[in-house]
Design a protein around this ligand. Sequence first.
Ligand code: ATP
Ligand code: MG
Length: 330
Amino acid sequence: KPVLFSGMQPSSDSLQLGNYIGALTQWVNMQQSFDAFFCVVNLHAITVPQDPAELAARTRRTAAQYIAAGIDPERSTLFVQSQVSAHTELAWVLNTITGFGEASRMTQFKDKSQKHGADASSVGLFTYPILMAADILLYQTDIVPVGEDQRQHVELTRDLATRFNSRFGDTFVVPEAQIQKGTAKVYDLQNPEAKMSKSAESEAGLIKVLDPANVTRKKIMRAVTDADGEIRYDRENKPGVSNLLTIYSVLTGRMIESIEQEFEGRGYGDLKKALAEVVDETFTPIRERTEELLADPAELDRLLAKGADRANEVATATLDRVYDRIGFIR
Ligand code: ATP
Ligand code: MG
């Protein structure tokens, strides 16, 4: 079976709608036909400040949401990044073959360091994409299902794999990103020019999987639209309405045109009400299952430890090969 790797940061107490649509639903659909590795990337999360007790809780919450959304830990390898030390070890090696200018071109660092202030940003935030390359390459990954915002990082991963292979001999599979057309970028409901993010400064435009239905409903009803009044997809001129239409389309499995027809001559309030209902129907079972899983943290930790054992086996084999290639004696 071809190999799939992907992950999410435990950087919030809940995943958000963009994580669900842009990545998690793809994971669930693909896990049958791939040898899949799903990671909770806590090493990535600490590239911005995290409270230790919260980080621990968020790590379990993230893993629980994977399972609640349909990831089967018996079929796929579900694990926590820090429990597989090969990730940091390979990241160091890849650091040494990454150009400073090359790393400086990564736009996520530019965006996130702007938010925290250049001086307050850690070197870890700067080298984040190199750690991500290590995550992917350790498992000889073929496919990386991610949102649009991660395209550049997967591109860097490909460059590093190719570079290592040509300098030291064939070692890594060169992976490919899988980015779903249309749904790869869900926008903030208050700022439909910006990507929805778990760790957004303001939660007003952020739809969280684990939020109670009434909170989510309020946020959807307050979503920014426009003065034109027509329910029509036009990303350029009607980014707010287009975002709502995209989300509605993905969650119902219906074509955007058919939704436009259904709502012809009706107001934005109607579309928002219908959307709030669909989001509620989608997330309520996930929320309930997540709570059940979190009620037994020991069992969850056991599942994650089992996943880490499997991940360690594969990752260590790759790391051993890398160390041999570069001349580290054992
Ligand atoms: P943070 O704000 O902490 O960076 P995030 O919401 O961006 O959180 P990540 O953990 O960085 O989430 O990313 C997890 C996965 O979700 C990645 O595959 C990423 O591409 C995808 N993703 C994140 N935001 C969106 C979005 N708005 N639309 C589609 N996919 C998204
Ligand atoms: Mg992110």
